[in-house]
Design a protein around this ligand. Structure first.
Ligand code: NI
Length: 229
């Protein structure tokens, strides 16, 4: 026992000597010694950490939301199918209806392959888009659409994961109103507008900008699904 402690002491003295000798020879603390010291917790990692590269930008991820029937659903419930996700809200006066029509047309265009693709509409306006309101709204476009809502925290979380921007803005009152108020008390949601393709493993695959041609969109999604990429 005593002998073991003595050998450990010798070892530490030797390591220390090697360390300071290398400092002297290199004109500074060598990189490997710094990394070793960080690894054992002797010193704090340098700013920026020891990893050579920052993590790649992540899009997508887990969520827990409520569908238009009132059922709690998570991202895991969609495993095995592809998802085409759009973020919007039912009071949207222009862009959302157009994109929902596009999604419906893409599914029609894809034919049989569309059975493996679930179109998902996630609201950025959960205060007004209750499950029932979403259900009524989405029926106007396509029965295949799954509408998802949730608490404002749940929506904020899934929007953050998908890098979706949204913000409440007061609706401007119709021209000609004379009471001096600039808004009528209602609001619109400013929001980013992209389609997200998510694979059957739950990983994000592709981003499509709004206003894409139905044929081009159907072709690209169909190719990715066929290739599994
Ligand atoms: Ni919209």
């Amino acid at each position: 026992m005593l002998r073991a402690i003595r050998w450990i002491a010798y070892g530490l003295v030797l390591l220390s000597a090697v360390f300071w000798a290398s400092v002297w020879l290199n004109g500074g603390v060598p990189e490997i010694a710094l990394r070793a010291a960080e690894a054992v917790g002797l010193i704090a990692p340098a700013p920026g950490g020891t990893q050579a590269q920052a993590a790649p930008l992540q899009v997508g991820g887990p969520f827990t939301l409520t569908d238009q029937t009132g059922k709690t659903v998570t991202d895991a419930d969609f495993r095995g199918k592809w998802m085409l996700i759009y973020f919007g809200y039912s009071f949207c006066p222009d862009v959302c209806p157009t994109e929902l029509q596009t999604i419906s047309a893409v599914l029609d265009k894809m034919g049989e392959a569309a059975k493996q693709l679930v179109p998902v509409f996630i609201t950025v306006d959960p205060a007004r888009d209750t499950p029932a309101a979403l259900g009524e709204y989405l029926k106007l476009f396509d029965d295949r659409l799954v509408g998802l809502t949730g608490s404002s925290e749940q929506i904020a979380d899934v929007a953050r994961r998908y890098r979706v921007y949204y913000a409440k803005v007061a609706a401007v009152k119709a021209p000609g109103s004379r009471d001096g108020a600039e808004t009528d008390g209602t609001y619109l949601m400013d929001h980013s507008s992209f389609l997200y393709l998510v694979g059957p493993d739950g990983r994000f695959r592709a981003l499509f900008r709004q206003g894409m041609d139905v044929d081009a969109l159907a072709a690209e999604i169909g190719q990715r699904m066929a290739a599994g990429s």
